[in-house]
Design a protein around this ligand. Sequence first.
Ligand code: SF4
Ligand code: SF4
Length: 336
Amino acid sequence: MPKPKVAFYWCASCGGCEEAIIDLNEDLLTVAGAVDIIFWPCAMDFKYSDVHALADKEIDICFINGAIQTSEHLEMAELLRRKSKILISFGACSQLGGIPGLANFWNREAIFRSSYLDKCPSVDNPDGVVPQTSSQVPEGELTLPAFHNTVKSTDQVVDIDYYLPGCSPAPHLTLAAVMALLGGEVPPKGTVLAPNKALCDTCPRADTKPEKLMLEDVKRISLHAADPEKCLLAQGFICMGPVTRTGCSADGEGRCIAANMPCRGCYGPPSEVKDVGAKMISALASIVGLENEETMSEADVQKLMNTAVDPAGLFYRFSLAKSMLRRKQPDTQTKE
Ligand code: SF4
Ligand code: SF4
């Protein structure tokens, strides 16, 4: 009996999700023995023409990581959707836009200006050349994919069957998902293949998180030592555990919490949270007492607000492209 055909592809990605496959360690041999990997350009020499040559739906399971930021990403996402029975959005960038999605605070012109023109000390570019989709050289025409103005999650451009969350997805979740799908256990379409609970619900420090928190200021983990036994939020560190799906560690503790670092939200929200940043800002507003704004002086409010450095980048670190806001609006963008 032929083995199921599996493909992996990366879009706007750091490569960490590809390494997450290798992190399966010896279990990778189990997976590799059970499937036929027919496309994995990061690891082996495959060509796009190999995918074009496949019949529609010939790939049984395709994992796509990274956000959609160029015309090449879009083209490949559409092609792999057509060629795959099951398309899994793999990792935070694919599911939510992730770190590349923070580009939505800017636009293509501002990013090119910063990367190739006036702000990048490591670039020597006296002619002010920025990437072009087409350039004529003596040998003929050279082409590059078009760089999009707005970063999108994979499901904003193609139909997705399942999501494996995380930056990067934890090996135990990946293995469980692959073995379940290979065994014919097919969850409802759209399922996020991680427990539908907040990290706080499984965090061993939850007992030290009081029902009602009152913070006087917000601390930065780089400037203050955290007590390794107590809830980080109760100590004044912004921890995204209340609005983040658990599952990053098999024991529920949270990979960052185990390292005494606050959660940054890479597993995305549990299903009841619609907008990670808005929910966290709302939770924080009540924690720091801003719900009683009328009893606080303007200076008190301003002091509290000033303690949260880069709040947009903090609260929407992984989810801006998938948020209600999605991007900074073009009319304000052009004034930068
Ligand atoms: S440390 Fe973070 S994840 Fe753990 S209970 Fe506190 S807020 Fe929740
Ligand atoms: S603790 Fe939060 S940021 Fe860290 S790996 Fe888990 S979900 Fe991601």
